[in-house]
Ligand binder design. Structure first.
Ligand SMILES: Cc1ncc(COP(=O)(O)O)c(C=O)c1O
Length: 408
Protein backbone atom coordinates (compact mmCIF):
# COMPACT_ATOMS: atom_id res chain seq x y z
CA UNK A 1 0.00 0.00 0.00
CA UNK A 2 1.16 3.52 -0.79
CA UNK A 3 1.62 5.13 2.64
CA UNK A 4 2.08 8.65 1.33
CA UNK A 5 -0.52 11.14 2.50
CA UNK A 6 -0.88 14.22 0.35
CA UNK A 7 -1.79 17.09 2.65
CA UNK A 8 -3.99 19.78 1.19
CA UNK A 9 -4.46 17.92 -2.10
CA UNK A 10 -8.04 17.36 -3.26
CA UNK A 11 -9.44 13.95 -4.12
CA UNK A 12 -9.66 15.00 -7.77
CA UNK A 13 -6.00 16.10 -7.82
CA UNK A 14 -4.93 12.85 -6.19
CA UNK A 15 -6.86 10.80 -8.77
CA UNK A 16 -5.18 12.65 -11.63
CA UNK A 17 -1.78 12.20 -9.99
CA UNK A 18 -2.43 8.46 -9.65
CA UNK A 19 -3.14 8.14 -13.36
CA UNK A 20 -0.10 10.15 -14.34
CA UNK A 21 2.14 8.18 -11.91
CA UNK A 22 0.85 4.84 -13.15
CA UNK A 23 1.74 5.72 -16.71
CA UNK A 24 5.41 6.09 -15.68
CA UNK A 25 5.71 3.59 -12.79
CA UNK A 26 6.32 0.04 -14.03
CA UNK A 27 5.41 -1.47 -10.63
CA UNK A 28 1.94 0.03 -10.62
CA UNK A 29 -0.81 -1.63 -12.63
CA UNK A 30 -2.71 1.33 -14.00
CA UNK A 31 -5.73 -0.88 -14.65
CA UNK A 32 -6.28 -1.85 -10.98
CA UNK A 33 -9.20 -0.32 -9.07
CA UNK A 34 -8.34 2.03 -6.22
CA UNK A 35 -9.81 3.99 -3.33
CA UNK A 36 -8.93 7.54 -2.44
CA UNK A 37 -9.25 8.03 1.30
CA UNK A 38 -9.43 11.58 2.68
CA UNK A 39 -8.23 11.47 6.28
CA UNK A 40 -9.37 15.08 6.65
CA UNK A 41 -12.98 13.94 6.33
CA UNK A 42 -12.41 11.43 9.11
CA UNK A 43 -10.87 14.19 11.21
CA UNK A 44 -13.88 16.47 10.63
CA UNK A 45 -16.26 13.68 11.62
CA UNK A 46 -14.28 13.26 14.80
CA UNK A 47 -14.46 16.99 15.60
CA UNK A 48 -18.21 16.87 15.08
CA UNK A 49 -18.51 13.87 17.39
CA UNK A 50 -16.56 15.65 20.11
CA UNK A 51 -18.64 18.78 19.84
CA UNK A 52 -22.07 17.05 19.76
CA UNK A 53 -21.43 14.10 22.10
CA UNK A 54 -18.64 15.32 24.40
CA UNK A 55 -19.38 12.79 27.13
CA UNK A 56 -19.33 9.73 24.87
CA UNK A 57 -15.93 8.27 23.91
CA UNK A 58 -15.88 6.82 20.39
CA UNK A 59 -14.29 3.38 19.90
CA UNK A 60 -14.07 3.01 16.11
CA UNK A 61 -15.45 -0.34 14.84
CA UNK A 62 -12.43 -1.58 12.86
CA UNK A 63 -14.58 -4.07 10.92
CA UNK A 64 -16.20 -1.22 9.02
CA UNK A 65 -12.98 -0.36 7.17
CA UNK A 66 -9.60 -1.48 8.52
CA UNK A 67 -7.63 0.89 6.25
CA UNK A 68 -4.27 0.97 8.12
CA UNK A 69 -3.74 4.69 7.63
CA UNK A 70 -7.24 5.53 8.87
CA UNK A 71 -6.83 3.33 11.95
CA UNK A 72 -3.46 4.95 12.74
CA UNK A 73 -4.93 8.40 12.20
CA UNK A 74 -7.87 7.69 14.49
CA UNK A 75 -5.48 6.33 17.12
CA UNK A 76 -3.50 9.58 16.89
CA UNK A 77 -6.73 11.52 17.49
CA UNK A 78 -7.25 9.55 20.71
CA UNK A 79 -10.10 7.42 19.40
CA UNK A 80 -10.45 3.91 20.89
CA UNK A 81 -11.25 0.72 18.97
CA UNK A 82 -13.96 -1.90 18.88
CA UNK A 83 -12.26 -5.12 17.75
CA UNK A 84 -13.82 -8.48 16.91
CA UNK A 85 -10.75 -10.65 16.29
CA UNK A 86 -7.07 -11.10 17.06
CA UNK A 87 -6.14 -9.43 13.77
CA UNK A 88 -8.18 -6.35 14.63
CA UNK A 89 -6.75 -6.20 18.17
CA UNK A 90 -3.22 -6.53 16.75
CA UNK A 91 -3.92 -3.76 14.28
CA UNK A 92 -5.28 -1.43 16.95
CA UNK A 93 -2.24 -2.04 19.20
CA UNK A 94 0.20 -1.70 16.29
CA UNK A 95 -1.51 1.56 15.29
CA UNK A 96 -0.68 3.05 18.67
CA UNK A 97 -3.81 2.42 20.74
CA UNK A 98 -3.29 1.56 24.38
CA UNK A 99 -4.89 -1.72 25.49
CA UNK A 100 -7.20 0.31 27.74
CA UNK A 101 -8.63 1.96 24.63
CA UNK A 102 -9.73 -1.31 23.04
CA UNK A 103 -12.95 -3.22 23.60
CA UNK A 104 -13.10 -6.81 22.40
CA UNK A 105 -16.72 -6.40 21.35
CA UNK A 106 -17.47 -9.86 20.02
CA UNK A 107 -19.89 -11.66 22.36
CA UNK A 108 -18.69 -15.09 21.15
CA UNK A 109 -14.93 -15.36 21.23
CA UNK A 110 -12.45 -17.78 19.70
CA UNK A 111 -10.41 -19.16 22.61
CA UNK A 112 -7.03 -18.29 21.07
CA UNK A 113 -8.23 -14.70 20.54
CA UNK A 114 -9.34 -14.51 24.16
CA UNK A 115 -5.89 -15.68 25.22
CA UNK A 116 -4.32 -13.05 22.95
CA UNK A 117 -6.48 -10.40 24.63
CA UNK A 118 -5.29 -11.67 28.03
CA UNK A 119 -1.60 -11.62 27.03
CA UNK A 120 -2.01 -8.04 25.81
CA UNK A 121 -4.11 -6.72 28.70
CA UNK A 122 -7.16 -6.05 26.55
CA UNK A 123 -9.50 -6.59 29.45
CA UNK A 124 -12.75 -4.96 28.33
CA UNK A 125 -15.00 -7.40 26.45
CA UNK A 126 -18.64 -8.18 25.78
CA UNK A 127 -20.63 -11.38 26.42
CA UNK A 128 -24.24 -12.44 26.10
CA UNK A 129 -24.38 -16.10 27.20
CA UNK A 130 -23.53 -18.35 30.14
CA UNK A 131 -21.27 -20.43 27.86
CA UNK A 132 -19.12 -17.39 27.22
CA UNK A 133 -18.95 -16.65 30.96
CA UNK A 134 -17.52 -20.13 31.57
CA UNK A 135 -15.00 -19.68 28.76
CA UNK A 136 -13.87 -16.35 30.20
CA UNK A 137 -13.72 -17.79 33.73
CA UNK A 138 -11.23 -20.39 32.47
CA UNK A 139 -9.10 -18.15 30.29
CA UNK A 140 -9.30 -14.57 31.57
CA UNK A 141 -11.05 -14.44 34.97
CA UNK A 142 -9.93 -10.85 35.65
CA UNK A 143 -11.51 -9.51 32.44
CA UNK A 144 -13.91 -6.57 32.68
CA UNK A 145 -17.14 -7.88 31.25
CA UNK A 146 -19.82 -5.90 29.48
CA UNK A 147 -23.21 -7.55 29.11
CA UNK A 148 -24.53 -7.03 25.60
CA UNK A 149 -28.30 -6.83 25.81
CA UNK A 150 -30.88 -7.20 23.08
CA UNK A 151 -32.64 -3.98 22.11
CA UNK A 152 -35.12 -3.03 19.41
CA UNK A 153 -33.17 -2.96 16.13
CA UNK A 154 -36.11 -2.96 13.74
CA UNK A 155 -35.43 0.62 12.62
CA UNK A 156 -32.08 -0.20 11.05
CA UNK A 157 -30.77 -1.27 7.66
CA UNK A 158 -28.86 -4.18 9.17
CA UNK A 159 -30.41 -5.50 12.38
CA UNK A 160 -27.95 -7.47 14.50
CA UNK A 161 -30.24 -8.71 17.26
CA UNK A 162 -31.06 -12.10 15.82
CA UNK A 163 -27.40 -13.02 16.30
CA UNK A 164 -26.22 -11.15 19.38
CA UNK A 165 -27.63 -9.59 22.51
CA UNK A 166 -29.05 -11.24 25.63
CA UNK A 167 -32.87 -11.11 25.71
CA UNK A 168 -34.00 -9.11 28.73
CA UNK A 169 -35.57 -12.16 30.43
CA UNK A 170 -32.14 -13.88 30.52
CA UNK A 171 -30.29 -10.96 32.08
CA UNK A 172 -30.99 -11.76 35.73
CA UNK A 173 -29.84 -15.34 35.44
CA UNK A 174 -26.69 -14.33 33.52
CA UNK A 175 -25.79 -11.84 36.22
CA UNK A 176 -26.32 -14.46 38.94
CA UNK A 177 -24.10 -16.91 37.09
CA UNK A 178 -21.41 -14.25 36.71
CA UNK A 179 -21.68 -13.44 40.42
CA UNK A 180 -21.35 -17.11 41.40
CA UNK A 181 -18.31 -17.41 39.14
CA UNK A 182 -16.82 -14.29 40.83
CA UNK A 183 -16.51 -12.56 37.47
CA UNK A 184 -16.18 -8.82 37.14
CA UNK A 185 -19.15 -7.52 35.13
CA UNK A 186 -18.72 -3.74 34.77
CA UNK A 187 -21.47 -2.58 32.48
CA UNK A 188 -23.90 -2.91 29.60
CA UNK A 189 -23.65 -2.62 25.83
CA UNK A 190 -26.18 -2.75 23.00
CA UNK A 191 -26.39 -2.15 19.27
CA UNK A 192 -29.50 -0.58 17.73
CA UNK A 193 -28.52 -2.03 14.32
CA UNK A 194 -26.32 -0.61 11.60
CA UNK A 195 -27.80 2.26 9.62
CA UNK A 196 -30.33 3.13 12.32
CA UNK A 197 -33.07 5.39 10.98
CA UNK A 198 -34.82 6.32 14.26
CA UNK A 199 -33.08 8.48 16.86
CA UNK A 200 -35.57 7.24 19.46
CA UNK A 201 -34.16 3.71 19.13
CA UNK A 202 -31.27 5.01 21.28
CA UNK A 203 -33.68 6.39 23.87
CA UNK A 204 -35.42 3.05 24.34
CA UNK A 205 -32.14 1.12 24.36
CA UNK A 206 -30.69 3.40 27.05
CA UNK A 207 -33.83 3.03 29.16
CA UNK A 208 -33.37 -0.75 28.96
CA UNK A 209 -29.69 -0.44 29.86
CA UNK A 210 -30.69 1.67 32.88
CA UNK A 211 -32.99 -1.15 34.08
CA UNK A 212 -30.12 -3.62 33.76
CA UNK A 213 -27.82 -1.31 35.77
CA UNK A 214 -30.45 -1.28 38.55
CA UNK A 215 -30.95 -5.03 38.38
CA UNK A 216 -27.18 -5.55 38.58
CA UNK A 217 -27.00 -3.35 41.68
CA UNK A 218 -29.53 -5.53 43.47
CA UNK A 219 -27.39 -8.58 42.66
CA UNK A 220 -24.29 -6.92 44.09
CA UNK A 221 -22.57 -5.42 41.06
CA UNK A 222 -21.56 -1.81 40.77
CA UNK A 223 -21.61 -1.02 37.05
CA UNK A 224 -19.62 1.94 35.74
CA UNK A 225 -19.62 1.48 31.96
CA UNK A 226 -22.31 2.08 29.36
CA UNK A 227 -21.51 1.20 25.73
CA UNK A 228 -24.11 2.59 23.32
CA UNK A 229 -22.74 0.59 20.36
CA UNK A 230 -22.82 1.67 16.70
CA UNK A 231 -25.58 2.49 14.26
CA UNK A 232 -24.74 6.16 13.67
CA UNK A 233 -25.26 7.47 10.15
CA UNK A 234 -22.47 9.38 8.47
CA UNK A 235 -24.74 11.69 6.60
CA UNK A 236 -26.05 15.10 7.48
CA UNK A 237 -28.71 14.74 4.82
CA UNK A 238 -31.87 13.15 6.16
CA UNK A 239 -33.08 11.66 2.84
CA UNK A 240 -34.00 7.99 2.88
CA UNK A 241 -31.59 7.18 5.66
CA UNK A 242 -33.78 8.73 8.32
CA UNK A 243 -32.05 10.06 11.41
CA UNK A 244 -28.87 11.99 10.80
CA UNK A 245 -26.02 11.97 13.28
CA UNK A 246 -27.23 15.37 14.49
CA UNK A 247 -30.73 13.97 15.11
CA UNK A 248 -29.29 11.05 17.06
CA UNK A 249 -26.94 13.26 19.08
CA UNK A 250 -29.87 15.48 20.11
CA UNK A 251 -31.60 12.45 21.64
CA UNK A 252 -28.60 10.46 22.80
CA UNK A 253 -26.63 13.12 24.70
CA UNK A 254 -29.53 14.36 26.89
CA UNK A 255 -30.88 10.81 27.41
CA UNK A 256 -27.53 9.59 28.70
CA UNK A 257 -27.29 12.58 31.04
CA UNK A 258 -30.86 12.11 32.28
CA UNK A 259 -30.64 8.36 32.90
CA UNK A 260 -26.96 8.22 33.90
CA UNK A 261 -26.42 11.56 35.65
CA UNK A 262 -23.36 10.41 37.52
CA UNK A 263 -20.03 11.09 35.93
CA UNK A 264 -18.86 7.90 37.58
CA UNK A 265 -20.41 6.07 34.63
CA UNK A 266 -18.06 6.08 31.66
CA UNK A 267 -19.94 6.15 28.36
CA UNK A 268 -18.43 4.77 25.16
CA UNK A 269 -19.76 4.05 21.64
CA UNK A 270 -18.67 1.87 18.72
CA UNK A 271 -19.25 3.96 15.57
CA UNK A 272 -18.11 2.45 12.28
CA UNK A 273 -20.05 3.85 9.34
CA UNK A 274 -20.09 7.30 10.96
CA UNK A 275 -16.35 7.77 10.48
CA UNK A 276 -15.75 6.20 7.07
CA UNK A 277 -19.11 5.98 5.29
CA UNK A 278 -19.26 9.61 4.15
CA UNK A 279 -17.15 11.52 1.62
CA UNK A 280 -13.99 10.06 3.21
CA UNK A 281 -13.72 7.27 0.63
CA UNK A 282 -14.18 7.30 -3.14
CA UNK A 283 -13.88 4.08 -5.13
CA UNK A 284 -12.50 4.40 -8.67
CA UNK A 285 -13.11 1.47 -11.00
CA UNK A 286 -12.06 0.92 -14.59
CA UNK A 287 -14.04 -0.57 -17.44
CA UNK A 288 -12.00 -3.46 -18.83
CA UNK A 289 -14.44 -4.65 -21.47
CA UNK A 290 -17.81 -4.08 -23.10
CA UNK A 291 -20.44 -5.97 -25.06
CA UNK A 292 -23.02 -4.26 -27.24
CA UNK A 293 -26.53 -5.66 -27.40
CA UNK A 294 -28.85 -4.48 -30.16
CA UNK A 295 -32.52 -5.14 -29.35
CA UNK A 296 -34.63 -3.73 -32.18
CA UNK A 297 -34.18 0.02 -32.03
CA UNK A 298 -32.60 -0.11 -28.58
CA UNK A 299 -28.93 -0.41 -27.94
CA UNK A 300 -27.73 -1.67 -24.58
CA UNK A 301 -24.28 -2.17 -23.17
CA UNK A 302 -22.78 -4.71 -20.82
CA UNK A 303 -19.79 -3.18 -19.03
CA UNK A 304 -17.19 -5.31 -17.23
CA UNK A 305 -15.31 -3.64 -14.37
CA UNK A 306 -12.05 -4.42 -12.58
CA UNK A 307 -13.93 -4.69 -9.24
CA UNK A 308 -17.24 -6.36 -8.54
CA UNK A 309 -19.58 -8.35 -6.33
CA UNK A 310 -16.77 -10.50 -4.95
CA UNK A 311 -14.73 -7.35 -4.30
CA UNK A 312 -15.87 -3.98 -2.95
CA UNK A 313 -19.52 -4.49 -3.84
CA UNK A 314 -20.24 -7.63 -1.84
CA UNK A 315 -21.67 -6.05 1.29
CA UNK A 316 -23.22 -3.00 -0.44
CA UNK A 317 -25.06 -5.45 -2.74
CA UNK A 318 -26.24 -7.68 0.11
CA UNK A 319 -27.32 -4.56 1.99
CA UNK A 320 -29.27 -3.43 -1.12
CA UNK A 321 -27.55 -0.07 -1.16
CA UNK A 322 -28.51 2.07 -4.15
CA UNK A 323 -25.40 2.45 -6.27
CA UNK A 324 -24.74 5.65 -8.14
CA UNK A 325 -21.84 5.30 -10.58
CA UNK A 326 -20.45 8.51 -12.04
CA UNK A 327 -18.16 8.95 -15.01
CA UNK A 328 -14.61 9.63 -13.86
CA UNK A 329 -12.68 9.45 -17.12
CA UNK A 330 -13.90 9.07 -20.66
CA UNK A 331 -11.69 9.08 -23.74
CA UNK A 332 -8.83 10.28 -21.51
CA UNK A 333 -10.77 13.36 -20.22
CA UNK A 334 -11.70 13.77 -16.54
CA UNK A 335 -15.26 14.35 -15.36
CA UNK A 336 -14.85 14.12 -11.58
CA UNK A 337 -17.57 16.26 -10.00
CA UNK A 338 -18.78 17.39 -13.43
CA UNK A 339 -22.09 16.36 -14.88
CA UNK A 340 -21.82 15.10 -18.43
CA UNK A 341 -24.40 17.46 -19.89
CA UNK A 342 -26.31 16.68 -23.08
CA UNK A 343 -24.67 13.30 -23.33
CA UNK A 344 -26.95 10.58 -24.66
CA UNK A 345 -27.32 7.73 -22.19
CA UNK A 346 -27.90 4.04 -22.82
CA UNK A 347 -29.35 1.29 -20.66
CA UNK A 348 -26.60 -0.91 -19.32
CA UNK A 349 -25.72 -3.71 -16.96
CA UNK A 350 -22.48 -3.51 -14.98
CA UNK A 351 -20.52 -6.63 -14.13
CA UNK A 352 -17.51 -7.51 -12.01
CA UNK A 353 -14.40 -9.16 -13.41
CA UNK A 354 -14.83 -12.79 -12.26
CA UNK A 355 -16.22 -15.69 -14.27
CA UNK A 356 -19.30 -15.97 -12.06
CA UNK A 357 -22.64 -14.75 -13.38
CA UNK A 358 -23.67 -13.67 -9.87
CA UNK A 359 -20.94 -11.08 -10.19
CA UNK A 360 -23.33 -8.34 -11.33
CA UNK A 361 -23.02 -4.91 -9.74
CA UNK A 362 -25.86 -3.01 -11.45
CA UNK A 363 -28.72 -4.64 -13.36
CA UNK A 364 -30.48 -1.56 -14.70
CA UNK A 365 -28.00 1.29 -15.16
CA UNK A 366 -28.03 4.24 -17.52
CA UNK A 367 -24.74 5.71 -18.61
CA UNK A 368 -23.24 7.59 -21.53
CA UNK A 369 -21.55 5.38 -24.09
CA UNK A 370 -18.32 4.19 -22.48
CA UNK A 371 -15.60 1.84 -23.52
CA UNK A 372 -12.72 -0.23 -22.17
CA UNK A 373 -10.19 2.19 -20.66
CA UNK A 374 -12.85 4.57 -19.32
CA UNK A 375 -13.37 4.87 -15.55
CA UNK A 376 -16.27 5.26 -13.13
CA UNK A 377 -16.33 6.33 -9.51
CA UNK A 378 -18.55 5.67 -6.52
CA UNK A 379 -18.66 8.29 -3.78
CA UNK A 380 -19.11 7.62 -0.05
CA UNK A 381 -17.98 4.05 -0.46
CA UNK A 382 -15.79 3.42 2.60
CA UNK A 383 -18.17 1.57 4.93
CA UNK A 384 -18.36 -2.22 4.72
CA UNK A 385 -16.95 -2.27 1.18
CA UNK A 386 -13.26 -3.12 0.88
CA UNK A 387 -13.38 -4.84 4.27
CA UNK A 388 -15.43 -7.74 2.87
CA UNK A 389 -13.71 -7.89 -0.54
CA UNK A 390 -12.38 -11.30 -1.57
CA UNK A 391 -9.70 -12.19 -4.12
CA UNK A 392 -11.92 -14.74 -5.87
CA UNK A 393 -10.57 -15.70 -9.30
CA UNK A 394 -7.30 -13.98 -8.43
CA UNK A 395 -8.59 -10.41 -8.68
CA UNK A 396 -6.77 -8.32 -6.10
CA UNK A 397 -8.46 -5.95 -3.70
CA UNK A 398 -8.33 -2.28 -4.75
CA UNK A 399 -5.31 -0.17 -3.83
CA UNK A 400 -5.69 2.59 -1.23
CA UNK A 401 -4.22 6.05 -1.69
CA UNK A 402 -4.73 9.03 0.60
CA UNK A 403 -5.04 12.77 0.93
CA UNK A 404 -5.67 14.85 4.03
CA UNK A 405 -7.81 17.92 3.42
CA UNK A 406 -8.07 18.87 7.12
CA UNK A 407 -7.30 22.50 7.96
CA UNK A 408 -7.17 23.76 11.55
C1 LIG B 1 -20.54 -4.93 17.85
C2 LIG B 1 -20.57 -3.88 16.79
N1 LIG B 1 -20.22 -2.62 17.13
C3 LIG B 1 -20.20 -1.63 16.23
C4 LIG B 1 -20.54 -1.87 14.91
C5 LIG B 1 -20.49 -0.72 13.95
O1 LIG B 1 -21.75 -0.36 13.52
P1 LIG B 1 -21.97 0.92 12.60
O2 LIG B 1 -21.04 0.83 11.46
O3 LIG B 1 -23.39 0.82 12.20
O4 LIG B 1 -21.71 2.12 13.43
C6 LIG B 1 -20.95 -3.15 14.50
C7 LIG B 1 -21.36 -3.41 13.12
O5 LIG B 1 -21.74 -4.48 12.72
C8 LIG B 1 -20.96 -4.19 15.47
O6 LIG B 1 -21.30 -5.45 15.15
Amino acid sequence: MDETIFYGESVEERIKRRFSESSTNRNMDSENPFYVGDLGEIHRQHMKWKSLLPRIEPFYAVKCNPDPLAVKYLASLGVGFDCASKTEMEQALYSGADASRIIYAQPTKQLSFLKYAHQNNISLMTFDSQEELLKIKNSYPEAKLVLRILVDDTHSAIPLGRKYGAPIQTVESLLHIAKNLKLNVVGVSFHVGSGCTHANAFYHAIARARDVFDQAKSIGFSFDLLDVGGGFNESTITSDKGATFEDVAKVLGPTVDEMFPSNNVRVIAEPGRYYVGGPAYTLCVGIVGRRTIEEGQTRKYMYYLNDGFYGSFLMPTLDKIKLNPKVLRKDGKYYYDHVLKDEKTYPCTIWGPTGCSLDCVIKDGKLPELNAGDWLYFEKFGAYSVTAATTFNGFEKPDMIHVNSFKE
